[in-house]
Write a protein of this length. Structure first.
Length: 335
């Protein structure tokens, strides 16, 4: 027969079992495990400064992901964890996500110490929009490096099929750069020496004075032609003084293109038109030269037009050489 004491003990055990069973049911119903330990740590950046407000999530073996804990102003956190293996995931704006793997025993408190987050790497795309004038300036820098055999200037040729039109200032820049180039001056010096040696332009006389006059006439005529035909008139008529290399098509098509470029040029508007700048520049240079040439070497109007026609023929030959030969010997021309 059960005594009162035994009945009390039995009732206590029964209540304890019922309480444990009830807690288990509650845990199962809520989908959560009873916390049996905790994980702590401090979240910092690469400089060691704490990161407040970082989200710390614990992914438990059961697959349950409790509400993340947030670090305090010191970057510290403590989060409850069940016994077993766990994955701790830490995230914060502008930082890479960090994952920590570990294992915790019953009622164990794990201090992970400092957990450093790396700044999220970012790809920055910078788009630089250049104006047409700036693009033309880049083209000029390339063209001013073009030299035949590395010596003779080849500035007024473009190998860029999409070359933009030059502004007036840039046309003057190319012309002036050609005029002051040491090779240009050197060729005029050599030409003057040959003229003096062969008795050309006798009206200038012999000796150093005669040589100086011949050089001034040769350099002056070339400079006037370059300035008028490649800068002044192209700026007025809005024409491009450069030769535009074709490089494609049959030999006949390229040859016909090169010859036609002696009387045709590209306008600043991108359309082909008669080369008024080059034709009038040659005529003007020939007419002005009569002001300083010796009387016996001055040309009448008819001779001036003949010389202009000869100049057109010379230009056609030069263009043919540009199209088929010179590019191979022009430094930077292949780029």
């Amino acid at each position: 027969m059960m005594t009162g004491k035994q009945a009390g003990i039995l009732l206590s055990k029964t209540l304890a079992v019922l309480l444990m069973f009830t807690m288990a049911l509650l845990a199962t119903a809520t989908g959560q495990s009873l916390p049996r330990g905790s994980v702590a740590g401090i979240v910092t950046d690469q400089r060691g400064d704490p990161i407040p407000g970082a989200a710390v999530s614990l992914i438990e073996p059961t697959g349950v992901n409790p509400e993340p804990a947030l670090t305090d102003e010191n970057g510290s956190f403590t989060i409850a964890a069940d016994e077993g293996i766990f994955d701790l995931q830490i995230s914060a704006p502008e930082f890479d996500i960090k994952t920590v793997h570990g294992e915790i025993s019953s009622h164990q408190v794990i201090d992970l110490g400092k957990l450093v987050l790396a700044i999220r790497s970012a790809t920055v795309e910078v788009r630089v929009s250049l104006t047409e004038e700036e693009l033309a300036e880049e083209q000029i820098r390339v063209e001013e490096k073009q030299r035949i055999l590395g010596v003779i200037p080849n500035f007024f040729v473009t190998y860029d099929h999409d070359a933009v039109a030059l502004h007036a200032r840039q046309k003057y820049e190319l012309a002036f750069r050609t005029m002051i180039d040491p090779t240009t001056v050197g060729l005029d010096l050599a030409s003057s020496g040959v003229q003096q040696g062969t008795g050309g332009l006798k009206g200038y006389g012999p000796g150093s004075q005669g040589f100086a006059k011949r050089f001034a006439a040769s350099y002056g005529t070339g400079s006037i032609d370059t300035m008028l035909g490649s800068a002044v008139l192209p700026s007025i008529f809005k024409q491009d003084p450069r030769y535009f290399y074709k490089g494609t098509g049959t030999i006949g098509q390229r040859a016909l293109y090169a010859i036609s470029m002696s009387v045709i040029c590209k306008g600043d508007n991108g359309h082909w038109q008669y080369n008024y700048s080059g034709l009038l520049g040659g005529l003007a240079a020939g007419g002005i030269s009569n002001l300083y040439y010796p009387p016996g070497n001055r040309n009448g109007l008819g001779i001036t037009f003949q010389n202009t026609a000869i100049g057109i023929g010379s230009s056609a030959v030069s263009n043919l050489l540009q199209e088929f030969l010179i590019r191979e010997f022009s430094r930077s021309g292949k780029k």
